[in-house]
Ligand binder design. Structure first.
Ligand code: 0PR
Length: 383
């Protein structure tokens, strides 16, 4: 119940400190299975200063709207698009829903079907439910990338779009997006790339010499990309990104908001009132870190992934699910359930998928944390 007399600020913080003790924090180095990280200090300052900005009413906050557009443009250019359309949104879920919504609305198909890999994130289940789009699942190859032949075989007159993933949630696998793009062009079907995780990894990893497939607007079939600043972009939650190749996709989802300060404006996002500060923080981080800054962050994460994968291979009792493509390493074991329980008991924030444990080398994950994790793992395996 809400107290009759309010508590003092000191009392509030004293209680919160006590109550939130059960939260794991990124700074502790114990969170190894999350795709989020401790937000960059500059972003925190930006959020604090511009906390009141509302992108739901851009007529009031014209400067914020411009900054959001610039952030979208910068991300678009990172993805080889000259003129980008889109929004900074609440996360990958909203971004994926917006892409499916745009494809569906433009298709004119009465019983819409979306072809997507078995490895797709569960946000597409929400899209299906909200948008009444049938999901047609494409099978995976032995290396956990989508089977492109199966995608092609599943195309029908009702197909409104194809999804490829650039950094799968469980294993960080980058699908063969160039081949998916070829199919998309051949059949005249739009391709959406879910690079919620990989979007802020692949461009920099490629620049570092890692051999990864193209995944962005360089490929003609790619019509939209989900790319989340609140994952490897180091922005505070919430900050997702949806980028469209053409304005027509925005037009297909824009809703008229007639009475706001800006006059007749359009909203494409699911959320109405939405944080301007987070979009401004994204802009600030892109400007502050620059390409070289992100490259450095990604370089360390990729090195950690390579190193950790070798350590797992050298251990008895656990095995690597597949060689990492990005900064995600997943391992399996005959005794996975027991290992998972014991690791959690020792305070590790890990993410246990069906059949494996996923370690995500986020910027807050340092070599010393991984070493300490491996020590615990070895002890658990000995028991
Ligand atoms: N697409 C992909 C490929 C994803 O991996 C995710 C989230 C999404 C879309 C949806 O993004 P939002 O959660 O921003 O809407 N993947 C993470 C996962 O399921 C989300 C996450 C993040 C989970 C941090 C845990 C965590 O601590 O693993």
């Amino acid at each position: 119940m809400i107290p009759k007399e309010g508590m003092s600020e000191d009392e509030i913080f004293a209680e919160l400190e006590k109550r939130l003790r059960s939260d794991l924090t990124f700074n502790s180095g114990k969170i190894l299975g999350s795709m989020c990280t401790y937000p960059h200090p500059l972003a925190q300052k930006v959020i604090q200063r511009y906390i009141d900005r509302n992108l739901g009413d851009p007529g009031l906050h014209k400067g914020s709207k411009e900054i959001e557009e610039e952030a979208v443009q910068m991300i678009g250019e990172l993805l080889h698009l000259k003129r980008a359309w889109g929004n900074i949104v609440s996360g990958g879920t909203e971004a994926n829903i917006l892409a499916v919504r745009a494809f569906r609305n433009l298709s004119g198909v009465e019983e819409p079907e979306l072809i997507l890999p078995r490895s797709a994130h569960f946000s597409f289940l929400k899209a299906k439910d909200l948008l009444k789009v049938k999901l047609v699942w494409a099978e995976l190859n032995d290396d956990y990338s989508v089977n492109v032949k199966d995608v092609e075989a599943k195309i029908t007159d009702n197909t409104i779009g194809i999804v490829g993933i650039a950094g799968t949630t469980g294993l960080g696998v980058v699908d063969d997006i160039p081949s998916l793009s070829d199919i998309a062009v051949d059949y005249g079907i739009p391709l959406h790339v879910d690079a919620a995780f990989g979007g802020f990894v692949i461009p920099f990893a490629k620049a570092l010499g890692y051999d990864l497939p193209d995944f962005d607007f360089k490929l003609k079939g790619v019509q939209s990309v989900t790319i989340d600043p609140h994952k490897m972009g180091m922005a505070p939650i919430p900050a997702g990104g949806i980028i469209f190749r053409e304005k027509k996709y925005m037009d297909a989802i824009n809703v008229l908001a007639p009475y706001l300060a800006g006059g007749e404006i359009f909203q494409a996002t699911i959320t109405g009132t939405r944080p301007g500060a987070n979009a401004i923080a994204v802009w600030a981080l892109l400007k502050h870190l620059g390409f070289e800054g992100y490259k450095e962050v990604v370089g360390e994460a990729m090195e950690n992934a390579k190193w950790f994968a070798e350590q797992i291979k050298a251990l008895n009792g656990v095995y690597l699910i597949r060689e990492p493509m990005l900064n995600i390493v997943s391992f399996g074991s005959k005794e996975l359930k027991k290992i998972e329980k014991d690791l959690k008991k020792r305070g590790w924030g890990i993410s246990a998928h069906r059949g494996y444990i996923r370690i995500v080398m986020m910027p807050h994950v340092k070599r010393e944390h991984l070493k300490s994790f491996l020590n615990d793992l070895v002890e658990i395996l000995k028991k």
